[in-house]
Design a protein around this ligand. Structure first.
Ligand SMILES: [Zn+2]
Length: 403
């Protein structure tokens, strides 16, 4: 087996071992699991000859200085969803790290500065209503207000950040000197595997419209409160979900719509709930459909106001984005030169690339996910496919930073 591939496979396992919270694989942001993987990645960066640094939001960087100020960033996110897998995010960091270290060893100092990034809080892994804090910070988009969101225990992000040792300096913009960002990621779907292709070259990323709807009524006794006297948020929430689903079903080829979490408070079988909160997550390549989603959410929340009050909170509103067309062409040329099979494709999942591409030329490489499984401990990519994606990433980094 190729030495570099062996290193990556070993590092995936080592990083995976830092991600266990009790018996669940979950690397939430600014936690002990996060600190453990930062320590590991930091040591890999140092072994690879990189200078290690952090920004105020907690993004970790390993830098190889070039002869020119303009820089290339490569990497992915280091957090995972609860009960996630070892490859999502981490594979993009480790392949970029290995590629940069190997190129540096072989060709010496690059022309353009190369920054390997292990980005925090991409998955809303801890703060449900906050997406892409790490990459948003890289692009200078984080505001003080955004740091006030809280986790499930009511801890504000600002407090968690400080407790983890970050936010010691003011928020700032990191991307000014970057010319390109590139991210390798697992596909998280079954398209490449079904077509028996080694890599995907991503042309666009779907837009995302997500948030929460809170239905507030009156907590009361399930036995003594007659039906006509209730202010019960639960059936109103159920009605909302059915209506949203009915709207989404009209556009099966154009969008996906998910209500993945419902919380009832206080959440007892014999108590009418005071408050029910449900999430929504709507994605599409088509901006018009996302705008329609926004209008539907507004209309539903207004129409359902009555004995129960309904509040809409938007967590994320990202338009669909096109990735850099020149980069796509270069990746196609490099894949062909290597004899790698590929297809050009849209990404159905959101990524840090989506945020960064609005400020810096950005490209993504996909590697196949076995059975299309991700956000699941059974997530897996075959070593041969990792190698194919790795070689394409390495060739691209060489072209961007050394040529
Ligand atoms: Zn991911």
């Amino acid at each position: 087996m190729n030495k570099e591939l062996a290193w990556i496979l070993n590092a995936i396992e080592a990083a995976g071992e830092t991600g266990m919270k009790e018996d669940v694989y979950w690397r939430a942001t600014y936690t002990a699991q996060d600190a453990a993987v930062v320590e590991l990645l930091q040591s890999y960066m140092e072994e690879g000859g990189m200078t290690v640094s952090f920004d105020a939001a907690g993004n970790l960087f390993g830098t190889i200085s070039g002869t020119e100020a303009e820089g290339i960033m490569a990497g992915s996110h280091r957090d995972t969803v609860r009960q996630g897998g070892k490859y999502d995010g981490m594979l993009g960091i480790l392949t970029a790290l290995r590629a940069a270290a190997s190129l540096y060893e072989r060709y010496g100092r690059p022309r353009r500065t190369l920054k390997i990034a292990a980005i925090c809080e991409e998955e809303s892994s801890r703060f449900t209503t906050s997406n892409y804090i790490g990459s948003s910070h890289i692009c200078g988009l984080v505001t003080e207000e955004m740091l006030q969101v809280t986790d499930d225990e009511g801890i504000p992000m600002e407090t968690a950040m400080k407790e983890a040792g970050y936010l010691q300096e003011p928020l700032r913009r990191e991307c000014e000197e970057l010319s390109h960002f590139v991210e390798l990621h697992i596909e998280q779907g079954g398209v490449l595997e079904a077509a028996q292709l080694q890599t995907g070259i991503v042309t666009s990323i779907v837009g995302l419209y997500s948030g929460e709807v809170t239905f507030t009524g009156q907590q009361n006794h399930a036995g003594t409160t007659p039906m006509y006297l209730r202010q019960d948020p639960m059936p109103v929430c159920a009605d909302f979900i059915c209506k949203l689903q009915a709207w989404a079903m009209q556009y099966q080829q154009e969008l996906v719509c998910t209500v993945g979490k419902i919380v009832a408070e206080p959440g007892n079988a014999n108590v009418i709930a005071e408050k029910v909160t449900c999430t929504f997550d709507i994605r599409s390549e088509n901006l018009q459909r996302l705008e329609e989603a926004e209008a539907i959410l507004q209309r539903l929340t207004e129409a359902l106001q009555g004995t129960v009050s309904v509040a809409l909170h938007i967590a994320c509103q990202e338009p669909p984005v096109q990735l850099d067309a020149d980069g796509v062409q270069t990746l196609e040329r490099l894949a062909t030169a290597r004899g790698l099979s590929y297809r050009k494709m849209a990404s159905g999942a959101g990524h840090d690339s989506q945020v960064i591409s609005q400020h810096v030329k950005t490209n993504m490489i996909f590697v196949p996910s076995v059975s299309g499984i991700s956000h699941n401990p059974n997530e897996y990519t075959k070593p041969a496919d990792i190698e194919a994606g790795y070689l394409l990433l390495k060739d691209y980094l060489k072209e961007l930073a050394w040529n």
